[in-house]
Design a protein around this ligand. Structure first.
Ligand code: PMT
Length: 226
């Protein structure tokens, strides 16, 4: 049986990948399936938490039992939903892959090919960093977890890069995913490292996304007790 060590905690988890519209039929997106975020929500509910799952364009996944689902599309919608849910949350987890940029203009009509005219250029505008905003607005006693998807391996400097990102982001915990080699985006398995602001650093061996979720919630419980 799973421990009921999250009982009494309100948690909010973001999952999936945002879509940034270009015209009424096209968007910029990413490969996040939402599987990792759903696993985090499911495990949290099983361990007794009251869970809100803010989900952006996930593949068809069964609703995690016991979680309240808030569907969103763009980074701006995900931002609003996260700020709303964070007002009452004890733990906030940003597992969604949020687009760093959006097309700076949304065409009212489908962009067309026109003979004799130059091909269109897409200009991008920066999206807000939602994790940084949540950290800046953190309530007393609230624990904030970020995710980082990095390419390469430990020898390739992934951990050093992630440690720098962790300091800059200011979250309490950072889950570092090593992307590629059948890990992280889209697939069933994940692996990486858990970095904690109290100095605790641990590798997460390759395993299911539910296993990584369990390791992350263990780290949250340890951090809140430290
Ligand atoms: O969905 P799956 O297919 O299961 O894959 C899971 C995953 C690989 C998408 C997931 O485990 C993961 O790593 N999510 C974060 C990926 C990511 O966008 O990393 P990043 O390094 O770009 O962002 C770092 C952190 O800042 C993340 O917590 C992200 O949610 C947050 N962020 C990023 C940009 C932005 N504008 N606002 C944010 O809040």
């Amino acid at each position: 049986a799973l421990p009921r060590d999250l009982e009494g905690l309100r948690v909010v988890v973001s999952a999936g990948g945002t879509r940034e519209p270009l015209d009424p039929v096209r968007y910029l997106g990413n490969r996040s399936s939402g599987k990792q975020g759903y696993a985090l929500a499911r495990v949290a509910a099983q361990r007794g938490a009251e869970v809100t799952l803010v989900a952006a364009h996930t593949v068809a996944l069964p609703d995690p039992a016991g979680a309240r689902l808030v569907p969103v599309s763009t980074a701006e919608e995900l931002r609003a939903a996260m700020h709303r849910a964070a007002e009452r949350a004890d733990v906030v987890v940003m597992a969604a892959a949020v687009a760093d940029f959006r097309p700076d203009q949304l065409a009212a009509h489908k962009i067309k090919k026109r003979d004799g005219e130059p091909d269109p250029t897409i200009t991008l505008a920066r999206n807000p960093d939602i994790l940084a905003e949540l950290v800046a607005g953190r309530r007393a006693g609230q624990t904030i977890v970020g995710f980082a998807a990095e390419t390469g391996d430990e020898r390739g400097g992934v951990l050093d890069h992630a440690r720098t990102k962790f300091k800059r982001k200011g979250s309490d915990l950072l889950v570092v995913n090593a992307v590629g080699q059948g890990r992280a985006f889209e697939v069933e398995d994940n692996a990486g490292w858990l970095l904690s602001a109290n100095g605790d650093e641990r590798p997460v061996p390759l395993g299911s996304k539910a296993q990584l979720a369990a390791a992350m919630w263990d780290a949250v419980v340890r951090f809140r007790r430290s």
